[in-house]
Design a protein around this ligand. Structure first.
Ligand code: GDP
Length: 444
């Protein structure tokens, strides 16, 4: 699971407060030590951890007692808010030029996923109705230019290339002219990476930047490199001036250090994140959702958003409303699971559902099978039962009937009913964190 180690490290902090009545200077010492350790193990930079711990401690001691809210829940709430703040608070949108083409210059070390990001970004912007053109500026690796040409063809976006014998700044100048001639909305320039930072790379980037006068200069960094990513963002910003970062490979075993350190260390926001090798796997960086994931509650909002892409809009909004009010019923359950089935990439979507972590192909097949089973059972329910799952919860006879009609065991029906109520609670809790309202239950 993404950031799994961090999540379980934090969990041990909450557990130490079980049974306490209020948060005190004394009883937060141990939990704060756990939080500190979890953040350091996640490779968050030390000064960031220090400030974080100090701020959370101060708030925790001063928080006072709220009826019905347990101390561990209060601490989760404070940590959640502080995590969101750490990651920049609000989502940081891409800027667009007021007139003429918007120019996005991509920089980054070799292998971080820059070429892939160029094409992904074009796909992302095309979905917003913008026409794009890619410029191939990685003149030191012919393979990189070929790769960009192939990706461009694959996603149906023109690629401007002059081969490897022309200087990147010249390619940039000509490419931009071409884009203006063609009235392209957004120009994305891929540049050469090096294995490490060197003066030639920086000088070249400066020249390219002068030619392009870009709206966005985005540094692509690999989430697997942890706090090193934050250091890179700082360096590139000081050297060439950047507007933000794109964090790639967040689907891998990254520990969280990069996501949590970049903004605080460099002052520059993470604007987008790459979460897979498919061309669709690029999305905005939402600090609140990331905090939700780190706290181990999955990414229900991203899930709902993905589902929206394949569901009719009004259905999706309806479901969202129901989640907010915890009225989520079996009809919604069915709609969502069907939408999920249509989405193809089960593994990603399952990863977003609370309690479901990283999944293997065998688990995906298993999950698809269990979706089928669930569908069968829901179809055997009466319309009334689907709308009011309480009816089934209260009546063993009804559950027995559903089991018989769907050819499943009573135990399977019991499980399905329990699952729906669990989902309600978890979704409701997650919304609580997001809305700053009630506090999540801590048990999984
Ligand atoms: P460049 O040298 O910076 O241009 O890097 P590439 O775009 O060639 O990517 C290097 C490798 O990382 C390729 O195998 C990509 O498929 C892979 N990659 C890029 N972004 C992601 C991501 O978000 N997730 C995963 N899992 N792999 C990625």
């Amino acid at each position: 699971e993404m950031f799994g180690q961090l999540t379980s490290g934090l969990e041990s902090a909450w557990n130490k407060l079980k049974g306490e009545e209020i948060l005190t200077k004394e009883n937060i010492v141990e939990p704060m030590r756990d939080i500190r350790r979890a953040l350091l193990e996640a490779d968050v930079s030390l000064p960031v951890v220090r400030r974080f711990i100090q701020s959370v401690s101060e708030q925790a001691v001063g928080v006072g007692v709220t009826r019905g809210v347990k101390p561990d829940q209060q601490l989760v709430k404070i940590v959640s808010e502080e995590l969101v703040k750490l990651m920049g608070g609000e989502v940081s949108e891409l800027s667009f030029a007021k007139s003429g083409p918007t120019v996005i210059l991509l920089a980054g070390l070799q292998g971080v996923g820059k070429t892939t990001v160029s094409a992904k970004l074009a796909v992302y912007l095309k979905k917003q109705g913008k026409s794009c053109m890619l410029i191939a500026g990685d003149v030191y690796r012919p393979a990189a230019i070929d790769q960009l040409l192939i990706l461009g063809k694959q996603v149906d976006v023109p690629v401007y290339s002059m081969g490897t014998d022309v200087k990147p700044a010249e390619i940039a100048r000509k490419g931009l002219l071409e884009a203006k001639k063609k009235n392209v909305d957004v120009v994305i320039m891929d540049t050469a990476g090096r294995l490490q930072i060197d003066k030639d790379m920086m000088d070249e980037l400066k020249e390219v930047k002068r030619e392009l006068n870009p709206t966005e200069v985005l540094l692509v960094v690999d989430a697997m490199t942890g706090q090193e990513a934050a250091a890179l963002v700082t360096t590139f910003n000081l050297e060439i001036g950047i507007t933000g970062a794109i964090l790639t490979k967040l689907d891998g075993d990254s520990r969280g250090g990069a996501a949590l350190s970049v903004k605080e260390v460099s002052g520059k926001p993470i604007k987008l994140v790459g979460r897979g090798e498919r061309m669709e796997d690029l999305e905005p960086f939402y600090p609140d959702r990331m905090a939700g994931r780190i706290l181990g509650m999955g990414d229900v909002l991203s899930f709902v958003e993905k589902a929206q892409e394949v569901m009719r809009q009004e259905d999706a909004e309806d479901i969202q409303k129901k989640i907010m009010s915890a009225k989520f019923d079996f009809n919604d359950f069915l709609k969502q699971t069907r939408a999920v089935a249509q989405m193809g990439s089960m593994s990603r979507v399952l990863g977003m559902i609370p309690g479901m972590g990283k999944v293997t192909p065998a688990q995906i097949r298993e999950a698809e099978k269990s979706l089928k089973i669930m569908e069968g059972m829901i179809e055997a329910m009466t319309p009334e039962e689907r709308e009011k799952p309480e009816l089934l919860a209260e009546s063993p006879a009804r559950r027995k009937r559903v089991a018989q009609d769907s050819g499943k065991t009573e135990q399977q029906v019991n499980q399905l009913v329990a699952q729906l109520f669990q989902m309600r609670v978890r979704m409701k809790n997650l919304m609580g964190v997001m809305e700053g309202g009630s506090v999540p239950a801590l048990s999984n």
